[in-house]
Design a protein around this ligand. Structure first.
Ligand SMILES: [Zn+2]
Ligand SMILES: [Zn+2]
Length: 378
């Protein structure tokens, strides 16, 4: 579908983005590059939404109005790929392939501008801060769909756990909702040899950690999905001191809103109840971050149709317990989040690994998918 020179240039953009990773809401260089290219190709470009977001439109704003989204941010990881286009910035890297998502949508944008749209309007949404900071929510709150209405919206993520040639767009659940929590336990400290003179801070921390692991197994229906992972316990300073405080941190994941409520309620009960049983106090800070990413069936079916017409294998796969802020866009507008197979033979590092690198072989596949989807809808 793509001119060899255009494809080579898209890979060059991808490598350039990879060399210059930018974290949440700091994607200034990335955003300027995207806006400059789109302007050159005749797109109507709006910059600065959610600080570094770019929204570009082709068409007069009439319907049908299709939104295609790419995330543009990098991660605070020190790259260990050894590639000649490795990150030039210590402690920052594109370890989730958002450099690839950006280049894919740019390649499609160039092709679509050349072909033109027959009717309706196409919006490209280049979104900052997907990793943990919820840039999609900030764009929605900043008026993304009020200023640039969309009837449907789609997002793609490269998926190294699936072979190239695979495309997954589920009819409903794609990715889980998530929360993060801090539990601070306080009590009286004392000499390690005289435990009767202090409170059970360490015992409380240990029991809360094991109690929380049981929540999905004992408080959710076996048919409901949920995760409760304690990932940090910090306490103590010496062999012979019973500490007076401990902190536990971790993450919860779920799909059904009712399951999310159960996880939060039980976490509070277990933390405060176990702390009290050790004569300690627990202070819980539980923050819900992203809702579950739930596709609408009609749009998921269209995505599979477009994929199948390209010869991709669109068989279903299980949803992921990881999370994605595209969920905030899907809360507003029907659409689908899509995984594009991007695995490599042999060593195949996962997303967020310091050795991860977006698989350039799937760049034209994703871009062709965008072009074909736009042609189907508009
Ligand atoms: Zn990521
Ligand atoms: Zn990602």
């Amino acid at each position: 579908m793509f001119d060899t020179a255009h494809l080579a240039q898209a890979i060059a953009w991808r490598h350039d983005l990879h060399r210059h990773p930018e974290l949440a809401f700091e994607e200034v260089r990335t955003s300027a590059m995207i806006a400059g290219l789109l302007q050159d190709w005749g797109w109507n470009v709006h910059q600065g939404m959610a600080t570094t977001g770019v929204v570009a439109t082709l068409g007069d704003g009439s319907g049908p109005r299709l939104g295609l989204r790419a995330d543009i941010d990098a991660l605070p990881i020190h790259e260990a790929t050894g590639l000649d286009y490795a990150s030039t910035i210590a402690g920052k890297m594109h370890a989730c392939g958002h450099d690839g998502h950006t280049a894919m949508l740019l390649l499609a944008a160039r092709e679509i501008a050349k072909r033109g749209v027959r009717g309706g309007s196409l919006r490209l949404i280049f979104q900052p801060a997907e990793e943990s900071e919820g840039g999609a929510k900030v764009m929605v709150d900043d008026g993304l769909f009020r200023q640039f209405p969309c009837d449907t919206v789609y997002g793609i993520h490269n998926w190294p756990g699936l072979a190239p040639g695979r495309l997954v767009a589920r009819d409903d659940q794609m990715m889980a909702a998530f929360a993060v929590f801090d539990i601070e336990i306080t009590g009286k400290g004392g000499h390690g040899a005289m435990p009767e003179q202090s409170d059970g801070v360490v015992a409380a921390a240990a029991r809360i950690a094991s109690g929380l692991q049981e929540v999905p197994a004992r408080s959710l229906s076996p048919l409901d999905t949920g995760v409760m992972s304690v990932t940090q316990i910090h306490t103590g300073s010496a062999y012979n001191i019973c500490p007076d405080s401990a902190v536990l941190r971790g993450t919860a994941r779920w799909f059904a809103p009712a399951a999310g409520d159960v996880l939060e309620t039980r976490l509070n009960q277990i933390a405060t109840g176990i702390a009290a049983s050790q004569a300690c106090q627990a202070r819980v800070d539980y923050q819900r971050r992203y809702p579950a990413t739930i596709n609408t069936a009609t749009e998921a079916a269209l995505a599979r149709d477009v994929g199948a017409a390209m010869g991709l294998d669109v068989a279903d796969a299980a949803p992921s317990m990881a999370s994605e802020d595209f969920s905030f866009m899907l809360e507003q507008v029907p659409g689908a989040y899509i995984w594009l197979g991007a695995g490599r033979d042999g060593n195949n590092p996962g997303l967020h690994a310091a050795t991860f690198d977006f698989n350039d072989a799937v760049l034209p596949v994703g871009a062709e998918f965008w072009v074909r989807l736009a042609e189907r809808v508009l």
